[in-house]
Structures are given as C-alpha cells and as structure tokens.
Design a protein around this ligand. Structure first.
Ligand code: GTP
Length: 411
C-alpha cells in the first residue's frame, strides 16, 4: 500500500470519527453545527477519493476529490464564522468552491499545469485558514464582552481550543505558502501531488490531517458553547438575564470570603419593586415582565462589571457590591432608582409608576452571609414601611445609618 494512501485513509477515519462525535453531540439548533457536520462529511469523501485516486477515474479521483476538499474547507469557514457570531456568507463561499473546481479542471484537462493548479488550491485553502483564524479571534472578543463580570463561566479549556485552532490555521496557511515557494524555486518541481518525494509526503500529511484537526477544533468549540449555554441557563434568570437565586448564594459566599481575606468591605442591596402586583393587575402580566426586565437593564447600566445582580424571586433582586461601603451602596441604590426613572419616563403609564424600595448593608467581618442578608432584609422592610420609593442603609450592628432618606418625592 502506498504511504499517501495510508495518510488519506487515516484522515478519512479521523473525519468519520469527528462526524460521529458531531452527530452524537445533538443540538441541531446550535449555530455552526450543520456546517461542521458538512465539513466532516466532505472531508471524509475527499480523503477517501484521494486515497483511491489511482484506482478511480480522474474525474472522481482528482476533480471531484478536489471539489470535496474545497467544499470541506468552505464549510469549515462557514461553521467557524457562525460559531463566532459572524455572517456565514454561504453563497460567496459556494461560488469560491465552484471557481476553484472550474480552475482545477481547466489547469488539468485543457491547459495542464501542476503549478497553476497548486497555486489555485493553495491560495484558496490559505484564505480559508486566514478566515477561520479571523473568526476565532473575533469570537474571542465576543466572548469577553459576553462574559463581562461572569468570568468563572469561561474555563481555560476554551482558550486551549482557540489556540489549537489558531495553530492549525498558521500551520496549514504557512504550509501552503512554503509549498508555493518550493514549487517556484525547486530545480525539478514535482508534476503531481502523488509523486513519491519527502516534500510531497509532508505537504500531503499536513493537508490531509488539517481537515479532521480543524473539524475537531470546531467540535470542541461547539462543545464549549453547549456547556456554556447549559451553565448560563442554570445560573441565570431567563426573564431578566440576572443571576439566578442559586448562583447568587454561591457568588455571595465567595465574595464574603474574598472580602474577608482582602480586608475590603462588601455591600449588599435588596431591591423590591413597589406595588408590583398593581402593575400586573392593571396592565397585565406582560407589562409586569417588562418592568422586571427594565430593573435588570437599569441595574446593568448603573453597576460595575465586578458587581453582581440576581433575581431572588418574584419582584425581588439582590445586588452585591464588592469593595463598596455603606455610603457607596446608598449612592448606587439612588443611582439605580434614577436610572430606572430615566428609562421609564417615556413608557406607558403602568411602567411610569415604577419605583423601587432598597435596603442596603455591608458585611461585618466574620459574620455568616445569611446574617448580612437578614440585615439587608430589615433595611428593605424599613424602606417599605417608611412609604416605599427610597433607599435605607443599615450598618452592622443593626442600627439605621441613613434614616428613611427619600430618593425622590413619590409621584
Ligand atoms: N409579571 C410577573 N409578575 C410576577 C412574576 N413573579 C412574581 N410576580 C408577581 O409579583 C407580585 C409580587 O407582589 P408583592 O411583592 O407581594 O407585592 P407588591 O405589589 O410589589 O407590593 P409591595 O412589595 O408591598 O410594594 C405578585 O403579584 C406576583 O404574581 C413574574 O415573573 N412576572
């Protein structure tokens, strides 16, 4: 058996295994999944056709094999584009694949030139690798933006996958560059890719293994996306996007320990919408949902990336402010109420009436978090009892620091 045939058979097997893994990963709905599957299948087909190229008619063993390879590259590029949130541009990629197919036929059957065929294929494959690298780098920025303040959801695994894909792109694009250079300067340039020379074998190995390797990178990226989505759903409130109650208590324990170690203050605010039931009753449940979303949006505009907002249930939110003292917590509470007022000023009457009661406190060194939470709850209760639409801050031990200061006159 020829060495080249073995390489292509190994690459076929790898493509098949990656395809199986992509199928078993399920989740058809995930962006990029279909393109990755198509890349693995086309890669499998291309490698098999190349493996038996000598036994098959030229049309199958060369032209169709080439088309399958180009198609696999294009599908990979589309998949990585979708994974990173870029537009896939399927039509443009399909046109490029067709152009590569036509040119290889022209430079094979009409004007036989191994050099020109190689130039077309190398330019296309190097371009695909550059585009994939671009997608990976663009996706990295996107994830950093999305994970702002949620860093623990992004494990180091994702970075390793991105580095692996980038390395493969550099290897393949660089390999095609070296190949072109070699063809240009070699005293006796090869006249066929299947010519048994060490250089041809090296090029073939890189080219054949690049496809399953890049498809595997896509599979790993998809896997990280699935894990990320599952973690996101488990840790976030679906309506407002705020942290879930469960995640909040985990974060609170961690932040309490961190504040103690760093000897820094940690403030906690409990926020409850005023007369929320009336909004639901008068304007409907949907208007109530919008009101809850507005609170979360206003909070995100007001808070820093290190702060954390969670929906504890119903119309109650909690906010952790690492490094903030009581005065700062009061100021943030007022700023939040102000931001909500600004957002709702142009809204229908039901949401325009939206005000907040806020109870704030700071952790006392060494006390369990549930004690801090109980104090913030007392402050919130005091704010409600004092007429709502205000921030009340309670310092440890339990005494009122800012008695019933109105954020604004109630409307
Ligand atoms: N629209 C909507 N309403 C919800 C949701 N979860 C809980 N509620 C409603 O929130 C209301 C909670 O009202 P309460 O906190 O008991 O009372 P309130 O009207 O806000 O009055 P005060 O808190 O005393 O100012 C109830 O009517 C619940 O049905 C939700 O996800 N969406």
């Amino acid at each position: 058996m020829l060495a080249t045939q073995q390489i292509f058979l190994i690459a076929s097997l790898l493509c098949f295994l990656v395809y199986l893994a992509l199928v078993s990963a399920g989740s058809q709905s995930l962006r990029g999944m279909r393109a990755m599957r198509a890349a693995a299948l086309l890669g499998l087909l291309g490698n098999l056709l190349y493996a038996f190229g000598r036994e098959l008619p030229t049309l199958l063993g060369y032209e169709i094999a080439n088309m399958a390879y180009s198609g696999a590259g294009a599908a990979l590029a589309a998949g990585y584009r979708q994974l990173s949130g870029r537009q896939a541009h399927v039509r443009t990629l399909a046109l490029l694949v067709a152009a590569v197919g036509i040119l290889t036929v022209v430079f094979h059957d009409w004007f036989d030139s191994f050099m020109l065929r190689s130039a077309v294929v190398s330019l296309f494959q190097a371009g695909i690798c550059i585009d994939i690298a671009h997608s990976v780098l663009a996706g990295r920025g996107e994830q950093q933006r999305r994970s702002h303040g949620q860093v623990h959801l992004q494990g180091p695994g994702q970075q390793h996958v991105q580095r692996f894909v980038l390395l493969m792109c550099v290897l393949v694009a660089g390999g095609h560059g070296v190949r072109m250079l070699f063809l240009l300067i070699a005293a006796n340039p090869p006249t066929s890719l299947l010519q048994p020379s060490t250089a041809s074998l090296a090029i073939l190995t890189v080219a054949a293994l690049a496809l399953p390797a890049l498809t595997l990178g896509g599979l790993l990226t998809l896997h990280r996306h699935i894990v990320y989505q599952a973690e996101y759903i488990a840790n976030h409130d679906h309506l407002t996007g705020a942290w879930s109650r469960k995640a909040f208590f985990e974060i609170a324990e961690r932040e309490t320990t961190r504040a103690r170690h760093r000897r820094q203050p940690l403030a906690l605010m409990l926020i409850d919408l005023d007369h929320f039931k009336a909004i639901n009753d008068s304007a409907g449940h949907e208007a109530g949902d919008i009101a809850l979303q507005l609170v979360a949006t206003s909070a995100r505009e007001t808070l820093r990336a290190v702060d954390c907002i969670a929906r504890l249930g119903g119309d109650e939110f909690a906010v952790l402010l690492p490094g903030a003292d009581l005065a700062r917590a009061s100021a943030v509470g007022k700023a939040l109420a102000e931001a909500l007022r600004a957002v709702t000023s142009t809204m229908p009457a039901a949401q325009r009436r939206l005000t907040l009661s806020i109870g704030a406190t700071v952790t006392l060194d060494g006390e369990p978090f549930k004690t801090t939470l109980a104090r913030a709850d007392s402050a919130l209760y005091a704010a409600k009892s004092a007429g709502r639409d205000q921030v009340i801050a309670l310092a440890p031990p339990l005494h009122v620091v800012r008695p019933a200061s109105k954020v604004s006159a109630s409307r």
